[in-house]
Design a protein around this ligand. Structure first.
Ligand code: AMP
Ligand code: ZN
Length: 468
């Protein structure tokens, strides 16, 4: 399998550090508002990649954070007259709802920056002791000149950057020894959340959060680090510098970056105000349509959002659903003829679509081409499994179709089952919360399910559920 590695700017064969296992970190959203569909792009494409890795037999440890302390969160809290914590908790909940509705599986761990402050203080201390960071009046900066490979990911000309930054003095940070140095810890301002530290009562910089959470949940060297391409510089560049200098070993071996979701060919972003939230879109479309729309482009190509493309995605999804529904119908009402002769040959041929699909996905997560294999399979099913065909044949072809759509995270069988998959996702989340001893969150999910008329039963064979 090949992955385009932003570090080398080439497609490289993917070889995990430990055979059969993959550790993967995906930068998550800053939670101060509902997520927009631009934020949904990395969530969908990397969730799909994770599902594909699992289909290939890898055990994937998938970590994606919530940035729950940040200037934007503090500003939103001040505007509403509530605490920053309340804002963050509210939008984490909403984000989880949107993720479930897009059929994005919960990460193995969703760490939150505010729960990891001790680890950040420890890493900053290590960096200061090793001469990679320095303190000035309660602020700690990373010394970019102390890391000789600084700039290796973004492939930037540092001298140009330095002179650019010099002319653009950032207020309050004039005490930096170099214009490219960045904040690891900053003192609190009136009314801001803060934690005690050896340097000041304050809070961490954004970049150190991800270095620490990746280390804690995945280790010093991880297989894959992913996020949107806007994070390459400075965020990921800074993560590499911090982690490499603190841990003494390389940080991430493969870097994957998705291109932007655009609108009128401009990046969709909160600051430009040209965005749709996932919630907005859910009012007009089943979010499976949004998922299919995202996967219909290669993740490294810009994707322009438009009503026409969404309508096309809707039609495409309907085509797959109709074929799946038909196969299901034949598998219940078809003949009881055994799977032999021509029918057996068709069932065998259907399996070839898995190899074709894998071939596309092996080429740098090419979901666009993988989707076209799914459409080939739909055509194949429509012409080879008519009404009255053997049940066993319909079942065999349906199982291939479901295997492929499951990797893409598309729910293609009727509504009741798509509802079921949302419930399963919530149950998985509850299990993860219990494992992390986050009982408040586990109870919250149980109550949420109760509101929807779902009762959970903890049995010896795991969690079962029923509609009440
Ligand atoms: P943020 O909340 O801005 O830190 O973004 C969370 C994630 O969404 C990051 O991986 C960003 O790179 C990604 N992201 C934000 N806007 C877009 C966009 N318009 N297209 C694709 N990815 C985006
Ligand atoms: Zn990050």
């Amino acid at each position: 399998m090949k992955i385009f590695n932003s570090l080398s700017m080439t497609k490289e064969e993917f070889i995990p550090l430990e055979p059969g296992k993959v550790s993967m970190y995906v930068c998550g959203p800053t939670v101060y508002n509902l997520i927009h569909i631009g934020n949904a792009r990395p969530m969908i494409v990397f969730d799909t990649f994770r599902r594909y890795l699992e289909h290939k037999g890898y055990e994937v440890n998938y970590v994606s954070n919530f940035t729950d302390v940040d200037d934007k969160i503090i500003k939103a809290a001040q505007e509403e007259g509530v605490s920053a914590e309340e804002i963050a908790e509210r939008y984490i909940k909403e984000c989880r709802k949107d993720m479930a509705a897009m059929n994005i599986r919960p990460a193995t761990t969703h760490p939150q920056a505010t729960q990891e402050i001790d680890g950040m203080i420890a890493m900053i201390r290590t960096l200061i002791d090793a001469g990679h960071a320095y303190e000035k009046n309660g602020t700690v900066y990373f010394s970019t000149r102390s890391y000789q490979n600084y700039g290796e990911l973004s492939h930037k000309n540092l001298d140009d950057l330095r002179s650019g930054f010099r002319s653009l003095k950032v207020s309050g940070e004039e005490e930096k020894e170099d214009p490219l140095d960045f904040v690891l810890w900053k003192p609190r301002k009136e009314g801001e959340p803060s934690w005690p530290s050896p340097w000041s009562d304050g809070r961490p910089g954004w970049h150190i959060e991800c270095s620490v959470m990746a280390k804690r949940y995945l280790g010093d060297t991880i297989d894959i680090h992913a996020g949107g391409e806007d994070l390459v510089f400075p965020h990921h560049e800074n993560e590499i510098a911090q982690s490499t200098c603190a841990n003494g070993v390389p940080f991430a071996r493969y870097w994957m970056h998705n291109a932007f979701l655009n609108i009128d060919h401009k990046k969709m972003s909160k600051s430009l105000g040209n965005f749709f939230t996932v919630r907005d879109i859910s009012k007009e479309y089943d979010l499976q349509v949004l998922r299919l729309f995202m996967l219909s482009a290669h993740y490294r190509s810009p994707l322009n959002f438009s009503a026409d493309l969404m309508e096309a995605a809707k039609t495409s999804l309907e085509r797959i659903c109709t074929a799946a529904g038909h196969l299901k119908d034949v598998s219940e009402k078809g003949t009881d003829a055994p799977l032999e002769g021509k029918a057996a040959a068709i069932a065998e041929e259907a399996k070839d679509f898995i190899a074709k699909f894998d071939e596309r996905m092996d080429d740098d997560n090419n979901t666009a081409d993988a989707l076209s294999v799914v459409f080939d399979l739909v055509r194949f099913a429509n012409s080879n499994v008519p009404d009255g065909a053997p049940k066993a044949l319909a079942e065999a072809v349906l199982s291939v179709l479901l295997e492929l759509t499951e990797i893409l995270g598309l729910v293609v069988l009727k509504q009741e089952e798509s509802l079921d998959s949302e419930i399963e996702t919530l149950i998985e989340e509850r299990q993860a919360a219990r494992k992390a001893k986050n009982f408040a969150e586990a109870d919250r999910i149980r109550d949420l399910l109760k509101e929807r008329g779902i009762e959970l039963l903890d049995t010896r064979d795991g969690v079962k559920w029923k509609r009440v």
